[in-house]
Ligand binder design. Structure first.
Ligand code: IPD
Ligand code: CA
Ligand code: CA
Length: 266
């Protein structure tokens, strides 16, 4: 069985990113996948087909789980998690903030991750126990530990409101009033990378999918970020809902305590 190579994955993510970049601001065939906040374009599929072809050529027989075509059967010891275009809403609106995300798990443990931002030509990547990097530079999470001066990021999923009756808006308002601020970029994979390199200090989000977070979680962990489910202790990479808190270990505790009254875990 051939070794999975981080460098190969970086090349694939960059090439898929080029496809997206070439299609950026062109006319797109935009479809809703159900709700108005869940879109897909022909470029999501183009990027995904490219990544699937390349992975299949390099590592035939591996299991692959993608956003647009779901689970491709294969050897469950080697699982790839693909988001071919994270930030479809941005992309469809001509907002230059989106990414390609490729994560890999060996025997159930996430061990490699690559997130590529084609518009900034920034490639974030990491491999278990080898550190996290952006374009050849090592990255590390911020050391800020006081909530008041920390900058956070989160997201708002309509699915959470509809399926679980949980709203992230009260927590958002609370953090807007009591911290340096809360951003929402609409690109979860990139947001996790921004926490990993200290641009954001922390993040929480509800109801993401494995392909949104797999690559980012490897990068974050290697960058010194603490990652847990919303209870502050459980494993975050566990379906069916991928809810999580990430921050440096000290800020993580403060963030978790501050989120507790909002009962987002119900
Ligand atoms: C979305 C983005 C967004 C998150 C949504 C995701 P997509 O992914 O990651 O940041 O808040 O829940 O669905 O649909 O653009 O790949
Ligand atoms: Ca996504
Ligand atoms: Ca996507």
């Amino acid at each position: 069985m051939s070794q999975r190579e981080l460098n190969d994955i970086c090349i694939i993510a960059k090439q898929a990113g080029l496809i997206l970049r070439e299609g950026y601001e062109k006319h797109h065939d935009i479809k809703s996948k159900g709700r108005q906040d869940d879109l897909v374009t022909e470029m999501d599929k183009k990027s995904e087909n490219f990544i699937l072809d390349r992975l299949n050529a390099l590592y035939p027989g591996d299991m692959v789980i993608t956003e647009e075509t779901g689970q491709h059967t294969g050897n469950a010891d080697h699982v790839w998690y693909i988001d071919p275009l994270d930030g479809t809403m941005n992309y469809a609106h001509g907002i230059p903030l989106f990414a390609v995300s490729i994560g890999y798990a060996y025997k159930g443990e996430l061990t490699m991750g690559v997130v590529y931002d084609p518009m900034r030509d920034e490639c974030f990547y990491a491999e278990k126990s080898k550190g996290a990097w952006v374009n050849g530079k090592p990255i590390h999470t911020s050391e800020r530990s006081d909530l008041k001066n920390s900058l956070f990021v989160t997201g708002f999923s309509m699915k959470v409101l509809e399926e679980r009756g949980i709203s992230n808006f009260p927590a958002f308002e609370h953090f807007m009033r009591t911290t340096a601020g809360v951003r929402r970029t609409g690109v979860a994979a990139l947001e996790i990378c921004y926490v990993s390199c200290g641009r954001f200090d922390g993040m929480w989000e509800l109801k993401l999918c494995a392909w949104d977070v797999a690559a980012g979680f490897v990068i974050a962990k290697e960058a010194g970020v603490k990652i847990t489910a919303l209870d502050g202790v459980s494993e975050a990479f566990k379906g069916p809902y991928y809810d999580y808190i990430i921050a440096n270990p000290e800020l993580h505790t403060a963030l978790k305590n501050e989120l507790e009254p909002f009962k987002l875990t119900l």
